[in-house]
Design a protein around this ligand. Structure first.
Ligand code: CO8
Length: 258
């Protein structure tokens, strides 16, 4: 499918989705959010794709929701359109792993989009922020909730209340991102992580995503119980038999997602 605000490139079992609004620092407008939600859903449904990478440009992953599109909206417009709710929900329903590869600005909705992915790999040029306070509003697609869970209350409050940016080093130290790499190596590092994930059993990858995300939504005891049931259920798969046999036979596993 042809898109106008993103590029999609599927190779070696990985779908690379590149946000592509260079004149607007990849600001998230309605068209981009709709295309992104569709592309991610297509990748999720594809028999070929086993992992998804979302990235932007060297300058910006995404500098937030499109301020020019939002500026003239009234409460009634925003309330009735329920901006980005459907797109965000579609995105969050994705069962395959999604990596955000962030260089440059990931601000406002851009930071929120990165946090909706399963983990974030940052270039050393990355700058994260929730600067909506400077526009007289607050985060609107999960920033106050997700950033708080990623980095804790104090730093989240600091980011949301002052609107300051966090560089890659601080993002790594505070647990927002899983790794930081030189900007030139960002795409290779993200694709290599994605290819590594793509080699695993997709059933196990989906179970990991399901179980880790469940930790956000439930108590520790319930979460552990959920994990235990998923763990047990994987013993109904051929991939469990293959994975354990390959270990014992000292060879590479051949997972078939069965
Ligand atoms: N929206 C629209 N256009 C943008 C945005 C944006 N968020 N960010 C950058 N652009 C545009 C600029 O307007 C400029 O366009 P033009 O050349 O036509 O003036 C172009 O991109 C290049 O930007 P700059 O010239 O400003 O580049 P700089 O390198 O000087 O600065 C910054 C880069 C720091 C990223 C700066 O552009 C900036 O501060 N951008 C706004 C950041 C921001 O406030 N983001 C939060 C937006 S609000 C939000 O995300 C709410 C999320 C919840 C949504 C829920 C929906 C219901």
């Amino acid at each position: 499918m042809a898109y106008e605000t993103i590029n999609v490139d599927v190779s070696d079992d990985v779908a690379l989705i590149t946000l592509n609004r260079p004149d607007a620092m990849n600001a998230l407008n309605s068209a981009l959010m709709a295309e992104l939600a569709t592309a991610v859903a297509e990748a999720d449904a594809s028999d070929k794709v086993r992992c998804i990478v979302i990235t932007g440009s060297d300058k910006a992953f995404a500098a937030g929701a499109d301020i020019k599109e939002m500026a003239e909206q009234s409460f009634v417009d925003m309330y009735r359109a329920n901006f980005f709710e459907e797109e965000s929900n579609k995105f969050l329903r994705t069962r395959k792993p999604i990596i955000a590869a962030v260089a440059g600005y990931a601000l406002g909705g851009g930071c929120e989009l990165a946090m909706m992915c399963d983990f974030i790999i940052a270039a050393d040029t990355a700058k994260f922020g929730q600067p909506e306070i400077n526009l007289g509003v607050i985060a609107g697609i999960g920033g106050t909730q997700r950033l708080t869970r990623y980095v804790g209350k104090s730093k989240s409050m600091d980011m949301h209340l002052t609107g300051r940016f966090m560089d890659a080093e601080e993002a790594l130290a505070s647990g927002l991102v899983s790794r930081v790499v030189p900007a030139k190596k960002l795409k290779d590092e993200a694709m290599s992580a994605a290819n590594r994930i793509a080699e695993k059993s997709l059933l196990a990858s989906m179970a990991v995503k399901d179980a880790v995300n469940r930790s956000y939504e439930t108590t520790l005891a319930e979460g552990i119980n959920y994990e235990r049931r998923l763990f047990q259920s994987l013993f109904a798969t051929e991939d469990q038999a293959e994975g354990m046999a390959s270990y014992i036979e000292k060879r590479e596993p051949q997972f078939r997602d069965k």
